[in-house]
Design a protein around this ligand. Structure first.
Ligand code: BTN
Length: 259
């Protein structure tokens, strides 16, 4: 059913659907270990052990969108998979929900300053070789954020923001189609970074980042060709910050990653 109307060359050639699973990240990594081709997609209705960036939990109630995709990229393309997914999600939300999302660096998809989708990229690398990469996407479609005090103030859902019921299979198809087109471009040497930069609302803002136990405040000046954030600190230094281990906000406690 999910493959109906999905016209893609690589992404979604094979789609596996689970009513419930631990985490689609683990499912895809497992398929990768058996030699599965890139483009395998695992979609789940609910997840019991889902995770967000920095080991945070990701609320995975029914009615939302949870999936992961297998990639086998060249090493230089690896850091570009997460931006690529961000662009695909932002484009699809605009088309299907008629909303105007922005991206908060490193890759939170936002509507009116509230998080509506998150992207998680994990990879297995040995030496200079990428064994595989898994990109997971969670979109709050029907999530009632008021049920969870932790995320009530900072998250939203597509149904809530659009005032209508979003067609989940159509949203998934559009995201996968954009991922496919962007990935084919990337394989031909065309980076998603220029478009990703246009979706980012972080640039030009004063931000506080926490990284490796240190905290810095300054101006989010730019991003580089790998998607790293260039932060001009108040002390005048230019820091190059890689997404992996960074929190960009004035955080209190350890909220769920949906927030
Ligand atoms: C984040 O914003 O911190 C990233 C959230 C990623 C959540 C998705 S849901 C599908 C996939 N499976 C997981 O366990 N996590 C990702």
């Amino acid at each position: 059913m999910l493959r109906t109307g999905l016209y893609t060359a690589v992404i979604g050639r094979s789609v596996r659907y689970y009513q419930s699973t631990g985490s689609t990240m683990d499912d895809v990594a497992q398929w990768a270990g058996t030699g599965a081709d890139e483009g395998v997609v695992v979609v789940a209705e609910t997840q019991t052990a889902s995770r967000g960036r920095l080991g945070r939990r990701w609320i995975s109630d029914e009615g939302n969108l949870y999936f992961s995709v297998l990639f086998r990229p060249e090493p230089e393309a690896l850091p570009l998979l997460s931006p690529l997914a961000g662009v695909a999600v932002a484009r699809a939300i605009r088309q299907v929900a008629g909303l105007y999302p922005t991206i908060k660096w490193p890759n939170d998809v936002m509507i009116d300053g509230r998080k509506v989708a998150g992207i998680l990229a994990e990879s297995a690398v040995s030496g200079s070789q990428v064994q595989h990469a898994v990109v997971g996407v969670g979109v709050n479609v029907a999530l009632d954020v008021s049920l969870d005090a932790e995320i009530a103030a900072t998250a939203t859902s597509l149904n809530h923001a659009s005032g209508s019921e979003i067609d989940r299979p159509e949203l998934l198809r559009r995201i996968l189609q954009h991922m496919d087109a962007l990935y084919l471009d990337l394989r031909r040497g065309r980076s998603p970074i220029a478009e990703w930069r246009r979706w980012l609302d972080t640039l030009g803002q004063r931000v506080t980042v926490t990284h490796h136990g240190a905290t810095d405040t300054g101006l989010a000046e730019d991003i580089d060709e790998h998607g790293n954030l260039l932060l001009r600190t108040d002390a005048g230094d230019l820091l190059t910050l890689t997404a992996g281990d960074i929190t960009l906000r004035a955080a209190q406690g350890a909220p769920a990653a949906n927030a």
